[in-house]
Each structure stands twice: as C-alpha cells, then as structure tokens.
Ligand binder design. Structure first.
Ligand code: PLP
Length: 356
C-alpha cells in the first residue's frame, strides 16, 4: 500500500529546537501519519500530512469511554549518520495486543512498521544527533465514532506523531527515591494492565502526585488483590539483583510487557547471569535489603532505558539500595542497550532496523 503524501513546502518548515533544551514530549515535528477505520471499509487512506489538529465530534467515543491505545519507541542517530529503530516489530505486535484487549480492530503490522519508517524518513532532519538524544515516536489509536452508547466504536483514527527528546541522563545517572504505595493500585488481574491504554495512565496520576508531594520520584506498585507482590515502578518494569540472581515479576496479566524488560532478560541470560521471572513480594525485597542481599534495583523502559533505584520507602521505613548509587549491572545494561541503539556496539541479536 502506498501512502499519500502532502508535504510542507521548504519555506514553511519549523525551525529546529535547541538540541540542548529538548526536554521530553514538548516539541513536535513538521508532519504526522494518519489512517482511518470505518466498519465495513476497514483501515484505509494511509497518508502523511503536515502536523495538524484533529477535528472530532464532541460525542466521539474516545472522549467519554477512553477507547484509546498507544505505543512508544525511538529513532536514534548514530555517529555514522544512520537512523536506527530498536526492535520496532515488538511495538507493532504489542499495538495489536493492546488493540485486541480494547476491542479496537487489528492492524497490518507490516503497514504500521512501514508507516513508522516513512514518517521518520520524512521528518529525518528532526532526529537529533547528540548521544542520548533521540526522536520519540508515538503511534496511537483513538475511537472517533460519534455515539454515546457503551460498545466498541465503529470508527477510529490511527496516527503517528514525532517528538525530538533530550538525553534522559544529561547529568549522569541519578538513582531515584521510590515510594511503595499500599493505598493505590495500577491494575488488577483481568483488567487492562497488560494493554498500553490511555486510562491506565490517568489512573496512576494520583499515586505519583502524592508520592512527589512527599519528596519521592515515583511509586512502586503492588498487586491489587493482596498488596503483597511487586508489579511495576511508575511506568516502568522493575528488576532486583538478589545476590547473583536477577529477579523480575513474571508477566501475570496486570503487568505491561516491556520491550526493554525483554531486552534486559535476554542480555543478562547471555552474560551468564541467572534470571528469574517469578512473583516477588515486597517483604522478600525488604528482608533482602536488611540482610544485604539486595544488591541492585532498577526500572526499565524506552524513555530512560535503565533507571537505577537508590532507595525504597515502605511502611514508614526507608531502605537504601547499593548505598544509593548506580549498580554495576544497571550500568552495564544501560551501556550495552544504548550502545546497540546508537550503532556503537554490535547488534548480535538483530534488534536494529534502519530508516533509509
Ligand atoms: C510502556 C511501559 C513500560 C515499558 O515498556 P517498554 O517497551 O520497555 O518501553 C512499562 N510499564 C508501563 C506501564 C508502560 O506503559
């Protein structure tokens, strides 16, 4: 399928933002990808157009019942000037899994991947080239039928927007202080925690606002049924190095299956580290912190890659991890994954796809 392209004339292109002040998700590029769905017609009219507003009926399903999903990945420019995507097929697969859960019609994954590559190519001058910076890619689907009944929408828009983002660790790693919340939960088994769906993030805001007010960076989520087993940290997956074993909660239905999580597991196993995907209770972590067996703790996700945890606060007590410093394994994983992303390390696993 060929995409129709309506490109801006050169004279109307936006000035590029200062590469030292990109931040996250503030600036948007010149163009966007759009495709429509109508029942009976399927997905149709894929096109690249100037970045613009949507015009939607106020009764659109997305505004009322939140039938919306998204993805997040990045394009990286290496020293060789080539633009790389990191495991983008995993994002297109996950988009369809989220779509399935939210009763959104399935998409052709090859077409989604092609759309990602083409829109990045059209706006390739926006891929920043300083190490650590990247072009964040946000594919998303919203339900657009004007209808107030509760049933799946019969119309949708799939779109991709792009935002140049700064280095997450411009000043080096800064291990974060985590608040273990017992009051709120992110997702329950049988719910939509596995899906990258809009409402999960709205549901998480109160807990992180309260944690921030208390001086913490993020919250650690426990399971909804018992408030006992660890699930995720903020919007990242979580890992614990207990003695020499790397432990992460098993994908249980309420945890988002992170692509960075999968990459960490893959690399650690390849390096001969024992990896366990299993239920891990907060009590086990606290005991191992007290006995000195908790060597490291870190989050994983596309935005930060690896986010070292410096301390955990639970039931009125603070537990330091690795003296509040970044652990060796966290650093090694960060260096390896970013090395592959920027084309500085060998892509042994075939994780890279080029945009050209
Ligand atoms: C996106 C996301 C992650 C991380 O997934 P990656 O594919 O590694 O970026 C983890 N948890 C939640 C809740 C997420 O939304």
């Amino acid at each position: 399928m060929e995409f129709e392209k309506e490109l801006k004339p050169e004279s109307e292109l936006k000035p590029l933002p200062d590469p030292d002040k990109l931040g996250f998700g503030i600036h948007f590029t010149d163009h966007m990808f759009i495709m429509d769905y109508q029942e009976g017609k399927g997905w149709h009219s894929p096109r690249i157009v100037p970045y613009q507003n949507f015009s939607l009926d106020p009764a659109s399903v997305v505004f009322h019942y939140g039938q919306a999903i998204f993805e997040g990945l990045k394009a990286y420019k290496g020293k060789d000037g080539r633009i790389r995507l990191f495991r983008p097929r995993e994002n297109t697969k996950r988009l369809n899994r989220s779509a399935w859960r939210m009763c959104i019609p399935q998409m052709d994954e090859e077409l989604v991947l092609k759309a990602i590559k083409e829109i990045v190519k059209v706006d390739s001058r926006w891929v920043p080239d300083q190490h650590g910076t990247s072009l964040y890619i946000r594919p998303f689907i919203i339900a657009t039928e004007a209808f107030l009944g509760v049933r799946p929408s019969k119309e949708y828009i799939f779109s991709i927007i792009l935002s140049p983002v700064g280095a997450y660790y411009a000043e080096g790693f800064n291990p974060v202080k985590i608040f273990v919340t017992e009051k709120y939960v992110r997702a329950a088994k049988g719910g939509v925690g596995e899906a990258k769906t809009a409402g999960n993030y709205a549901a998480s805001l109160m807990a992180s606002e309260e944690a921030k007010e208390l001086g913490f960076t993020q919250v650690l989520w426990l399971d909804a049924a018992e408030r006992k087993y660890i699930e995720e940290v903020g919007t990242m997956n979580i890992f614990f190095l207990l003695d020499d074993t790397l432990v992460t909660p098993a994908l249980s239905g309420s945890i988002l299956p992170g692509i960075t999580r999968d990459s960490v597991i893959h690399l650690a196993k390849d390096w001969g580290i024992k990896v366990e995907e299993r239920p891990i209770s907060i009590n086990e972590v606290m005991e191992k912190a007290e006995s000195g067996q908790l060597k490291e703790c870190f989050g994983s996700g596309t935005a930060a890659v690896i986010s070292p945890v410096g301390s955990l606060y639970y039931k009125g007590k603070s537990y330091m991890v690795n003296g509040g410093k970044t652990g060796e394994l966290a650093q090694r994983l960060f260096d390896e994954i970013t090395g592959i992303q920027y084309g500085e390390k060998e892509d042994k696993y075939g994780w890279i796809e080029f945009v050209e």
